[in-house]
Design a protein around this ligand. Sequence first.
Ligand code: NAI
Length: 328
Amino acid sequence: MANAPRPLVGKVAAVTGGARGIGRATAAALLARGIRVAIGDIDASLAEQTAVELGADTVGLPLDVTSRESFSAFLTETESRLGPLDVLVNNAGIMPVGPFLEESDAIARALVDINLHGVIFGSKLALERFQARGRGHLVNVASIVGKSASPHLATYVATKHAVVGLTEALRMEFASSGIDFSVVMPVGTNTELYSGLQQIRGIKTPEPEDVAEAIVEALQTGRVDVYVPRRMGATIRLAALMPRRVADTISQALGGNDAVTHPDRAVRAAYEQRIGQGMTASDPAQAVGTPAKPGGSPAESQTPEAPDGQPDVSQPEINSPISTPASS
Ligand code: NAI
């Protein structure tokens, strides 16, 4: 007989990148189960607005996952407003698309900073808290490409494989600690991040709410590997058993290699603009490494300093993070 679902009512969760997309849907799904939720986002005003829209027991806070100081302040503020943290959902991420050789070094660094180092910071800061209490659930949002791959997404794929590996290693290191770990691996999901891209043939594009429900189920059951849709787990396990050539042929037949190689740039423009702006040192309120402190104004946010003590404005070229192939 299946175990009874774990009770969630009254727990406290923090969701990174919760202003929109999968993070927002996750916050809503957690709230619907009686969890008190803090959402943190680099887009601090949207995080606040989303919290107001989601209503009761939600707080929206500024957060830059690439800054330990910002992440620590986010979790401290969450705990002072809502109580001891039970769940951290490391969800914030970006996905620029384009040929590897056209990717700037700055965008590659931003991908690693946000998608991987952000998860490392969050994992350390949450596990310190969880370990002291002998309980907690760390949920890291990776991707189906954390177990597979795709052309035109090489650095993104690398970060997601890293998140899968990180979570697995932490699960081993913290075995018997009372702490649960889940790694979430959705296929392309209907959010701004996936706008203008295609789905693998035969798979219905999930809505962010589908991913959110899978996260709720993981909290209730302790499920470690959370595939969305669920049947992708069997597909990945089967593919791993096949000779490489057979797996490649099947992947091609399903259109897996074309899913992101021919983006509709017009549809994707708003997203690319957003992640470009979010990483521009010329916009201190939004720049990577320039967190708006809780309660602080953009003017109080920290501009990264070069070794000579001057503000570091060495990355403005990533305002246009990825080059746009003329042919797409
Ligand atoms: P989204 O773009 O709709 O939302 C991501 C949120 O993260 C945004 O609100 C953004 O402001 C925030 N964010 C970006 N940089 C940040 C930073 N430095 N600090 C704090 N917040 C930051 O994207 P979506 O689709 O909701 O993605 C969420 C997660 O799910 C990402 O990790 C993504 O890689 C993953 N994922 C998404 C899939 C999809 O097709 N949408 C599929 C598989 C995984």
